[in-house]
Design a protein around this ligand. Structure first.
Ligand code: KG4
Ligand code: ZN
Length: 357
């Protein structure tokens, strides 16, 4: 019997999950800390670490109950070792190592971005995970990352990355300026769906012909339009708070949100098309918090159809940070005999995925 225990504590979500044979999801639990951080307009590392410490034990009990298993049934433990907030990572990493040592089972120090990149292979309807192919491209779009990788056998190559803000960060900053609160990605997505994209923002390109992303210019352009609309950008602590709901937003703001969302998706399409032209791939996984975005899902699925690329979107429930993907990344590494540093792995705030074997 296989029972993989996964722990995720890299940022502001505490999560525990159990996977069975073939990567079947047996149980999963997530405790978000939005309320604890919301009033500060961003994640406060010390608050995150303390919350993980309080959240982990009840979540562990809950998933064991749900799966009708006991700790003695666990055959492999995986915990996120980076990248992320070191204090937050240490909580789950230490817990995972301690459990693995106590139970006498192997431990895999999982890479958060690899876990996101593999999450589209998981099935949330009770079935086994899809076998991870030898060669595929992976677009990870989250609050901390906008990275495009090529997985080929043991090698992971970075094809493009953001040079400034991550896509999710841009969503959060624009949402904040628009008074929609933090994290504002989902609210901005909902607002954009009510608007009409009619005044496109330019898609930036770098003169050195790289495929890199950039979202900070877009954020500034949105700020200018907000000013012109008379909806002044909000900065500073008190203004970082939520001042309006999606329902209360004026129509002009909904149109601006639609233009912004369109610009983010258009840039992702632009880079994917150019990368595909240079080094073709047959399968693309799309993951990370921003992969929950409704326009992105629709458009990238269509993008793949037209080009003969199979586009696997992470199940919506697995786009945000979760331990299901961490357990799966651990299982895949264990099965491929590439367990990494195991018990000796430190918590790392920075940890380039392409440096992994
Ligand atoms: O993967 P994730 O949970 O955490 C990181 O590792 O960063 O991603 C969170 C990010 C936040 O920036 C959030 O605003 C964004 O994903 N996000 C969205 C949507 N849902 C979450 N952005 C756009 N549209 C959404 N529907
Ligand atoms: Zn993440």
């Amino acid at each position: 019997m296989t029972a993989v225990l996964g722990l995720e504590t890299s940022c502001d979500e505490t999560s525990v999950a159990l996977l069975g044979e073939g990567g079947r999801v047996l149980a999963s639990a997530v405790a978000s800390q939005f309320e604890a951080h919301g009033r500060f307009g961003g994640v406060v590392p010390e608050i995150a670490a303390r919350a993980h410490l309080a959240n982990l034990p009840p979540l562990l009990d809950a998933v064991l109950d749900e799966a009708r298993l006991s700790l003695a049934d666990v055959t492999l433990v995986a915990a996120t070792a980076g990248p992320g907030l070191v204090g937050a990572l240490l909580v789950g990493l230490s817990e995972g190592k301690g459990l693995a040592m106590g139970l006498g089972v192997p431990f895999v120090a999982a890479h958060h971005i690899e876990a996101h990149a593999l999450s589209p292979f998981l099935d949330l309807s009770g079935g086994p995970a899809r076998p991870v192919p030898d060669d595929f491209a992976a677009l990870v779009v989250s609050g901390g990352h906008t990275h495009l990788y090529r997985f080929s056998g043991r090698r992971i190559a970075l094809l493009a990355r953001t040079r400034d803000d991550a896509a999710g960060e841009a969503f959060d900053k624009v949402a904040k300026m628009a008074g929609l609160g933090y994290p504002g990605g989902p609210a901005l997505d909902a607002l954009a769906a009510r608007g009409r994209a009619a005044a496109p923002f330019a898609v930036p390109r770098f003169s050195d012909r790289s495929f890199d992303f950039s979202f900070s210019g877009l954020k500034t352009a949105v700020k200018e339009r907000l000013k012109a609309l008379g909806v002044a950008p909000q900065t500073g602590l008190p203004e970082a708070l939520k001042t309006r709901t999606v329902d209360e937003a004026p129509a002009a703001l909904a149109d601006l949100a639609a233009d912004f969302r369109e610009a983010v998706v258009a840039q992702l399409e632009d880079r994917l098309t150019r990368v595909l032209g240079e080094s073709p791939f047959r399968l693309l996984t799309v993951s990370g918090g921003v992969a929950a975005n409704s326009l992105l899902r629709e458009r990238l699925a269509a993008w793949g159809k037209v080009r003969g690329v199979e586009v696997l979107l992470a199940p919506r429930a697995l786009t945000g940070d979760n331990a299901v993907m961490v357990a799966f990344a651990g299982l895949v590494r264990f099965l491929f005999h590439r367990p990494g540093e195991g018990l000796s792995a430190p918590a790392r705030s920075r940890w380039p995925l392409e440096s992994l074997e």
